[in-house]
Ligand binder design. Structure first.
Ligand code: ARG
Length: 458
């Protein structure tokens, strides 16, 4: 097949060079964007009198048929073409003749590919956004169900203070709300049209970039043609958003893996989302969570790979930029899979409130509350903190907990301590007293749940 760009050279490239140069194996997924972009381009050319109305009709008809033939499977993408842009133009010209050759007036593959990626990724953002919303829904439902289930809260992975499982889960809902916000923000900057930048310098034809952009649903056009063809910030931004989102899923995965272990046994994942071992019959492994954690590294790699491709590039387009696509496609494919699996994994997991409570009853997670009790009795916090520490140390030596220490034993540490100390260190009370905004009390968690549900519904 002679090259469309044959001109200065005969285009007779070596087969190895052809394969090396080709991007169709990964850019063919943008066929729809490429074709709709071309239809808008033809309409603009006709509106400006650059081509005739009947030429425009022929181009648009031809493009529409190519799209529907591809969708029906009647036309197969020829993987010997250099890229999807060349493929579409080649089929068009084969089908409608010389008029097909007019489509590429006042544009270049440089602005065309930049247009296609922006269009492709903006719809991917919508898909990711809706998957994140489903996940927030699943997490928030569980949080509601376990809003008064007491569990140790950890710092340094040491039992720290009593919280509710609902409160813990809602922390993830809040992270994911920010992820949605970041995606929305990225889409705003992505939704700017580069088409009409042409090769790099703009064009001598009297084009209407705003018309073409608005036909394709863009908010505005990019203001500098050199920037228009060189900019891949939107892909970097999207991959940064996805990396942060994956980091959230990865932290959650790590907890799910810990909680599923015999050491914790706070939850059990459903059979649908676990795997067995080929040798150890007793195993039930959290492979899905582990894979999400693993794939997080892969997505970070995708992001860094594009940063590295771009960092030394002079303006404007360089072929290096063809390397932008696989990384960003991989990042969006991966995060979508991870989100799908996460929704199922969370909504089908079993929670063991009794095991959580048992863990909360050891580890002296109410020691801060004993100090707070002493403060209410008039001691300064530092002294209260010290006494509380001494009580804990005594309990450890005598195999007791704050709830089982006798009042006489308590009194040896401070005579302000009274029978109401048991109310002070009662785990349920410890949780219920934390009514500060964002705190762990049931009423506060309920507020977090409604805040989140309202945000997600918008
Ligand atoms: N396949 C190319 C890419 O993905 C399209 C742009 C080619 N432009 C060029 N001047 N060779 O970047």
């Amino acid at each position: 097949m002679p090259k469309m760009w044959a001109g200065r050279t005969d285009g007779a490239t070596n087969k190895i060079a052809d394969d090396f140069n080709s991007s169709i194996s990964f850019d063919s997924r943008m066929y729809k964007e490429d074709i709709t972009g071309s239809m808008a381009h033809a309409a603009m050319l006709a509106k400006q009198g650059i081509i005739t109305e009947s030429e425009c009709d022929a181009l648009i008809d031809g493009l529409e048929t190519i799209l529907s033939d591809l969708e029906k499977g009647k036309l197969k993408i020829d993987m010997n073409c250099e890229d999807i842009h060349m493929f579409v133009e080649q089929v068009l010209t084969e089908r409608i003749g010389d008029v097909g050759k007019k489509l590429h007036t006042a544009r270049s593959r440089n602005d065309q590919v930049a247009l296609d990626i922006r269009m492709y990724l903006r719809s991917e953002i919508d898909l990711i956004d809706s998957k994140v919303r489903s996940l927030i829904g699943a997490i928030t439902d569980k949080a509601e169900e376990y809003k008064d289930c007491i569990v140790p809260g950890y710092t340094h992975l040491q039992r720290a203070q009593p919280i509710t499982f609902g409160h813990h889960l809602m922390a993830y809902s809040m992270m994911l709300l920010r992820d949605i916000d970041r995606l929305k923000d990225t889409k705003k900057r992505m939704n700017v049209s580069p088409i009409g930048s042409c090769a790099l310098a703009g064009t001598t034809y009297d084009t209407d970039r705003a018309f073409e952009a608005s036909k394709l649903g863009f908010d505005e056009v990019c203001q500098n043609s050199i920037d228009g063809v060189s900019d891949r910030d939107f892909s970097l931004e999207l991959m940064s958003d996805i990396s942060i989102l994956m980091m959230h899923l990865s932290r959650f995965s790590e907890e799910i893996i810990l909680w599923s272990s015999w050491e914790f046994k706070f939850i059990e994942l459903s059979n649908e989302y676990t795997t067995g071992s080929s040798i150890m019959p007793q195993k039930k492994n959290s492979d899905m969570a582990e894979l999400v954690r693993g794939k997080t590294g892969r997505v970070f790699g995708d992001m860094i790979s594009l940063f590295t491709v771009l960092k030394g590039l002079p303006l404007a387009y360089n072929k290096d930029m063809q390397e932008d696509k696989e990384s960003v496609f991989d990042a969006v494919d991966t995060v979508k899979m991870c989100l799908d699996v996460f929704v199922g994994m969370i909504s089908t997991m079993t929670v063991f409130p009794n095991n959580m409570l048992k863990a909360a009853q050891t580890g002296f997670i109410n020691a801060t509350d004993l100090a707070d009790y002493l403060v209410r009795k008039g001691l300064p916090f530092r002294s209260a903190y010290k006494i509380s520490g001494q009580v804990v140390s005594y309990c450890i030596q005598n195999a007791k907990v704050l709830e089982t220490l006798s009042i006489d034993e308590y009194k040896t540490f401070s005579d302000v301590i009274d029978n109401d100390v048991y109310d002070g260190v009662d785990l349920k009370n410890c949780v219920e007293r934390r009514t500060s905004e964002g705190g762990t009390s049931v009423s506060s968690v309920e507020k977090q749940i409604s805040y989140c549900r309202e945000k997600v519904s918008k």
